[in-house]
Design a protein around this ligand. Structure first.
Ligand code: MG
Length: 162
């Protein structure tokens, strides 16, 4: 195993292309492997390779977490529609942008599993979120999706071979 034991992922514009699933309307319908539609026909597309990377990391014993600024009921329902909800060991979705506080909760869970902050890596498309978490928890590794990592292939490489 590499240095990291937990990958924490943002949702909007990180694991899928939609910028705000809290603005979508349930119920959600799975159209194909990587596309879900809301009740008004708004499409949510999973990024290429997300499913494979989650499977690979899980197989390697890396814990998986969601840390997202959204409405829990909608975000969880979209993850469920993709059949991905069960991949995650921890799902922290709260309706505010203070991911530093959400990471406080995540790190409490990590303590219960013997995972140290230095073994956690966080990926989010918003530089301000990455900065907020890094300032509060400097030991956590973090990368901006779309800049420091541009694909889920690169996310996998970051986690396994930093
Ligand atoms: Mg995002």
């Amino acid at each position: 195993m590499g240095r990291y034991r937990l990958l924490a992922l943002d949702l909007d514009r990180t694991i899928w292309d939609h910028e705000d699933v809290s603005s979508t309307e349930p119920p959600y319908t799975r159209l194909n492997r990587d596309t879900v539609s809301d009740s008004r026909g708004c499409l949510i597309r999973l990024r290429a390779g997300v499913r494979e990377v989650l499977e690979t990391l899980r197989g390697r014993g890396v814990a998986l977490a969601v840390v997202s600024w959204n409405l829990y009921s909608k975000a969880a329902a979209v993850l469920e529609a993709f059949d991905l909800l069960n991949f995650f060991d921890v799902v922290i979705v709260e309706p505010h942008p203070y991911k530093d506080l959400m990471f406080g909760k995540l790190l409490e869970w990590c303590v219960s599993r013997g995972i140290k902050p230095g073994e956690v890596v966080f990926v989010d498309d918003r530089p301000e979120m990455v900065g907020r978490v890094k300032r509060a928890w400097p030991q956590i590794a973090a990368a901006v999706f779309g800049a420091e990592v541009k694909s889920f292939e690169e996310v996998l490489a970051l986690v396994l071979d930093p």
